[in-house]
Write a protein that binds this ligand. Structure first.
Ligand SMILES: C[S@@+](CC[C@H](N)C(=O)[O-])C[C@H]1O[C@@H](n2cnc3c(N)ncnc32)[C@H](O)[C@@H]1O
Length: 222
């Protein structure tokens, strides 16, 4: 997994839009669904909040939503905090720079965008999904986006071609080619369904796909 520390954190915002085709659209579609789904007052947990992309988009949509922004990288969260102060929404966000543990069923929605694919399927993915399920109110909605297992033999190569079109350098493309096989633990849909079921979520509903990157929503069961 990338470290998401120091320089990697500083350069994240510039790099991510060249690495994830449709990054902006993924966040717009996630935000739109939360706008129609959640009431005026809601508690939202953002897991792997990074530099604050989803926080900034959501906080600007609804002035009463409250957030907990969790991430294991304090450097990424420090950038998110700066952005929140600049946007004057920091009073609605609690920053949590520690691993997520199981907790009370208090959140109306949980977001986990571009995070779970970095965890090996050795119990780590299951633990994070279970921690998220434990914190969601019954019926609360998970929004999950990940790099998935390739659907064809040419999908990954096409993804690298898009990255180049998006402005990634030749060196960056080669690094991404290496990272796609060495730093991600992508699931296929069947295994994702199994992990969601085991954690206490209902059937996944897809809402985004851009080559290997896909997003689903799923409700927390009683
Ligand atoms: C690709 S970034 C995504 C950030 C943000 N969600 C976005 O869409 O821009 C992945 C983030 O997940 C964080 N992360 C990695 N493993 C994590 C874990 N087990 N729990 C919480 N955050 C984690 C990293 O520190 C990093 O900030």
């Amino acid at each position: 997994m990338p470290t998401f520390q120091a320089e990697e954190a500083v350069h994240y915002d510039n790099r991510i839009t060249r690495l994830v085709p449709g990054y902006e659209l993924l966040h717009q579609l996630t935000t739109a669904q939360l706008q129609v789904l959640l009431p005026e007052q809601a508690q939202i947990l953002v897991v792997g909040a990074g530099t604050g992309k989803e926080l900034m988009m959501l906080a600007s949509q609804q002035p009463q939503w409250q957030f907990v922004a969790q991430d294991i990288s304090a450097d990424m969260l420090a950038i998110a905090h700066q952005a929140a102060v600049a946007a004057k929404v920091d009073d609605r966000i609690t920053f949590l720079p520690t691993p997520l543990v199981r907790g009370q069923r208090q959140y109306d929605a949980v977001l986990c965008l571009l995070v779970l694919h970095f965890l090996p399927d050795n119990g780590d993915k299951a633990d994070l999904l279970a921690a998220m399920a434990s914190q969601l109110k019954v019926g609360g909605q998970l929004f999950l986006a990940d790099l998935m297992a390739p659907h064809s033999g040419f999908e990954r190569e096409a993804q690298l071609t898009v990255c180049k079109t998006l402005g990634l350098s030749d060196v960056g493309v080669e690094r991404m080619r290496h990272n796609l096989t060495h730093e991600f633990y992508p699931l296929d849909n069947m295994r994702l369904a199994e992990l969601l079921d085991n954690a206490g979520f209902d059937t996944a509903k897809p809402y985004f796909q851009a080559l290997g990157f896909a997003a689903i929503t799923s409700r927390a069961l009683p």
